[in-house]
Write a protein that binds this ligand. Structure first.
Ligand code: NAI
Ligand SMILES: O=C1O[C@H](COP(=O)(O)O)[C@@H](O)[C@H](O)[C@H]1O
Length: 309
């Protein structure tokens, strides 16, 4: 990709996982409504390429997307307990503003951070907890209808529909990544569901790298690592994007400790998006996981697992 890539929500957990992995590989424009400290910005990014703006600000977003080749759109309210007024504004209206600006600017590729919660309703009482176990063969593959389990999930399903519309109307390539549960260095601890949908930092960076490099029309894929426990298929991500994840929650104990006999060579060298090195983008070396930012933009999600939110 020769043109710059706009990353919205760049200061958040997913944004930082991407920048730590592939921060040196693209010319970035970073947008977040919170100013980004230098430690969160890859070294090549100038002040002019940093936008402190709300995604509902149409003028600011139009300016940020001008002449970019691709957008990775992450900004929004990530809480599964988020109230309607917040998801309506930040997730639905905000996504519509970013998609429209991108389509009208002729952006080629658009990757949207959808969520497992867009399909949370498939986790019925009959299917759980078996669904979260390695021997269970039930799979969602991205071709099923959305089935949100909360209003946050509704907002992500709306974002997927908006993406479909802007693909059909403008021909923009759109991929919706139903992200599982991103945590750094280890899968969510003592949490079967989280371990079934774990997305490691390096797999996250690699997956969004593939969203920028692959050729596609409109896609809905699952963003999880190559976990033995899983109820999301990653076949479509493999086929459409060339996703080739390195990590597997089965390489860790239920408590989240690396198993001594795990295959540390898994996928070694097959792609170069750097392990979970926390200093690639000058990141805070004390970052012990994906806890919410120190000064969260949204009130803390009371249901979030304590160290893996
Ligand atoms: N972390 C995870 O495991 C998952 C995340 N996602 C989605 O990925 C995206 C990023 O999530 P996280 O990085 O975890 O969240 P986060 O809360 O760590 O980061 C979100 C970033 O977006 C910014 N932001 C929020 N609303 C904004 C607005 N209206 N205008 C401009 N900037 C705004 C915030 O300042 C923050 O830096 C979200 O859309 C979330 O729904 C989906 C599934 C799982
Ligand atoms: O969409 C999201 O999902 C993940 C995982 O969900 P959970 O129900 O297992 O917590 C969540 O951690 C993240 O904050 C959210 O944006």
């Amino acid at each position: 990709m020769d043109e710059p890539v706009l990353l919205t929500g760049a200061g958040g957990r997913v944004g930082q996982a991407i920048l730590r992995g592939i921060g040196d590989d693209y010319d970035w424009r970073l947008l977040d409504r919170e100013p980004l400290p230098a430690a969160k910005v890859p070294s090549g990014v100038t002040d002019a390429d940093r936008y402190v703006a709300d995604i509902t600000d149409e003028r600011a977003v139009r300016e940020a997307v001008a002449d970019v080749g691709a957008v990775i759109h992450l900004a929004g309210d990530p809480r599964k307990t988020a109230p309607w007024d917040s998801v309506l504004r930040n997730n639905i209206d905000g996504t519509q503003v970013v998609l429209r600006a991108a389509a009208e600017a002729g952006v080629e590729k658009f990757a949207f951070a959808s969520s497992n919660h867009a399909v949370g309703g498939y986790e019925t009482d009959e299917r759980t907890p078996d669904l979260y176990r390695p021997e269970d063969e039930y799979r969602l593959d991205g071709s099923e209808l959305p089935r949100p389990g909360n209003l946050y999930g509704v907002s992500k399903a709306a974002g997927e529909s908006l993406g479909r519309f802007y693909h059909d109307e403008f021909g923009m390539s759109v991929v919706c990544v139903r992200i599982g549960n991103l945590t750094k260095d280890h899968p969510p601890r003592e949490y079967e569901r989280g371990q079934a949908m774990w997305l490691s930092h390096r797999d996250c960076a690699h997956l969004f790298d593939r969203c920028l490099r692959a050729t596609y029309g409109y896609e809905v894929v699952y963003g999880i690592s190559n976990n033995d426990r899983r109820y999301y298929s990653i076949e479509r991500a493999r086929e459409a994007l060339g996703y080739d994840p390195a990590d597997n929650s089965a390489d860790y104990t239920f408590e989240g400790e690396p198993k001594p006999d795990r295959d540390t060579e898994t996928n070694g060298g097959r792609y170069a998006v750097g392990a979970d090195s926390s200093d690639a983008a000058g990141a805070d070396s004390t970052d012990a996981g994906d806890a919410a930012p120190a000064e969260p933009n949204f009130p803390t999600d009371p249901d979030a697992p304590s160290d893996d939110a």
